[in-house]
Design a protein around this ligand. Structure first.
Ligand SMILES: Cc1ncc(COP(=O)(O)O)c(C=O)c1O
Length: 389
């Protein structure tokens, strides 16, 4: 079946954050939205159908976290990620940020350090701070081809008061899909130092050009007592508003501790709509996802071509996965505020300011390419015209 990702969808006035919340954040609302990380696409027909069935049943009582939903996660991991887990290894939660917060409370104490690898998803900073833990940065190293983890610096920053790491795999915003050997090296250090790795794999399904996501405990099985994997259909299938995610660990002890912590705040289940969508996505959504990935890969190629031809001073490292592009405007010598002024006031586009991803990234901006090609073309054209001053 062919899916129409080109169809424009007018989301203004639908109460969505991406298109209806620009004025408070960017000071105006007449922008093309390329910021919040959801996509301007309709969900797969199989998911819409599963939701329709639930809506039309008219009965919205408490759902059961069924074996079939759990099995759909297990099958997805086996078929898409070559990772074999038991249904009993899998748990649920309303969202990855909820799970990560609860995990920090369960596995660290107030004041403990938590490592993140910057530039990184802004919520990583806030969720650590909201939980009265300390942010410890291990910046990614920039190389000619892309970004790499800095293992030497990691060893330096892992002082005894650092108890956990939030790993972003694949990495938002730089688009790296970490290789098994990279994850294995990381695991070796963290296990040696007794640091729990909370591996946020929410972006695991969108990879390009044969890049293969490797689940953390598949890359490093011996890390299981020291790690938990978090996943969700929300990025993959554009279901973020439904609030449903899963998590797993092949180590029974760490999984039991995580489950107990989630149960204690009544967050170990997901609502009936999210559950129906999750199961439909994982059991029937693969063809839609394959088409989506091909479409996003072409959007990524379009950005690369546009930069090469129209804005060669804006750089972008090879984006191996995710639907977000990390644009480097350092060549213009603008401050973060000046850069945002050009993007917002001249180009009339909303991109996430780089500073949100770490203090050193003022001159960067994050572009969400999860939109119809026509929207992306118009946005890029506006940026091109604004910068060719
Ligand atoms: C790396 C990463 N983790 C987590 C989330 C949010 O997850 P959730 O909506 O399930 O809390 C996002 C959303 O952009 C993300 O990019």
């Amino acid at each position: 079946m062919a899916y129409d990702f080109d169809a424009p969808i007018d989301r203004r006035g639908t109460g969505c954050e991406k298109w209806d919340n620009m004025a408070p954040v960017f000071g105006r609302d007449d922008l093309l939205a390329f910021w919040v990380a959801d996509m301007d696409f309709k969900a797969a027909p199989e998911i819409i159908e599963a939701l329709r069935e639930k809506v039309e049943s008219g009965v919205y009582g408490y759902p059961l976290m069924t074996d079939s939903a759990r099995e759909s996660v297990v099958d997805w991991l086996a078929t898409r990620h070559c990772f074999s887990v038991d249904a009993s290894d899998v748990g649920f939660s309303p969202g990855i940020i909820t799970s990560l917060s609860v995990a920090l409370q369960a596995f660290t104490a107030p004041g403990d350090g938590v490592v993140i690898q910057t530039p990184v998803y802004p919520q990583f900073f806030s969720l650590i701070r909201r939980n009265d833990r300390a942010v410890v940065e291990n910046p990614l190293m920039e190389t000619a081809d892309g970004y790499e983890m800095d293992y030497d610096n990691l060893r330096r920053v892992l002082t005894p008061d650092v108890k956990a790491m939030l790993l972003c795999s694949p990495h938002n915003p730089v688009g790296r899909v970490w290789r098994a050997d990279e994850l294995w090296r990381l695991a070796e250090i963290c296990v040696e130092r007794g640091v729990v790795v909370l591996s946020d794999e929410i972006h695991h399904d969108i990879t390009f050009d044969g890049a293969r996501h490797v689940p953390f405990q598949l890359a490093a099985p011996e890390s299981a007592p020291w790690s938990i994997i978090f996943m969700a259909p929300s990025k993959t299938f554009n279901l973020a508003g439904l609030c449903g995610s899963a998590w797993l660990s092949k180590d029974k002890k760490i999984a039991a501790r995580m489950q107990k912590a989630l149960v204690s705040v009544h967050c170990s289940e997901i609502n009936m709509m999210a559950l129906a969508a999750l199961e439909a996505a994982y059991s029937k959504g693969a063809p839609w996802l394959d088409s989506l990935t091909a479409y996003l890969s072409s959007n990524r190629d379009l950005v690369v071509k546009f930069l090469r031809e129209r804005l060669p001073d804006v750089k972008m490292k090879h984006q191996e996965g995710t639907f977000i592009s990390w644009l480097d405007f350092r060549g213009y010598g603008l401050s973060g505020k000046e850069l945002q002024d050009v993007l917002v006031q001249k180009a009339r586009v909303a991109l996430n300011p780089g500073i949100a991803f770490g203090g050193d990234y003022d001159a960067f901006a994050r572009l969400n390419i999860g939109c119809p090609r026509g929207t992306l073309e118009e946005g890029l054209d506006r940026i091109g015209s604004a910068f060719n001053f």
